[in-house]
Design a protein around this ligand. Structure first.
Ligand code: SF4
Length: 80
């Protein structure tokens, strides 16, 4: 799958796995939310229930290629 989606802390987070180039910045900022798969591309961790909103936004903003998209509960795009 090219786009992974997950509801986290009341937000919808999407990983565009075609854009991700594996810098791992998101994993460094939010290891409870993102991990790298065996191909070196970001995926969600198995349990993201403890992740808070600020961490989601911070991690997604740090992605240098904007592979991480965040929408609020109403579907408004918060990032990028
Ligand atoms: S920061 Fe962006 S490019 Fe780097 S691993 Fe995460 S999603 Fe991929």
């Amino acid at each position: 799958m090219d786009i992974e989606e997950r509801q986290v802390a009341g937000l919808m987070v999407k990983i565009d796995r075609l854009i991700c180039v594996g810098f791992e910045t998101c994993v460094e900022v939010a290891p409870d939310l993102f991990q790298m798969d065996e191909e070196g591309i970001a995926i969600f961790t198995s349990d993201t229930n403890e992740v808070d909103k600020e961490t989601v936004l911070e991690a997604c903003k740090e992605c240098p290629v904007d592979a991480l998209v965040v929408l609020d509960a109403s579907g408004n795009q918060l990032h990028p």
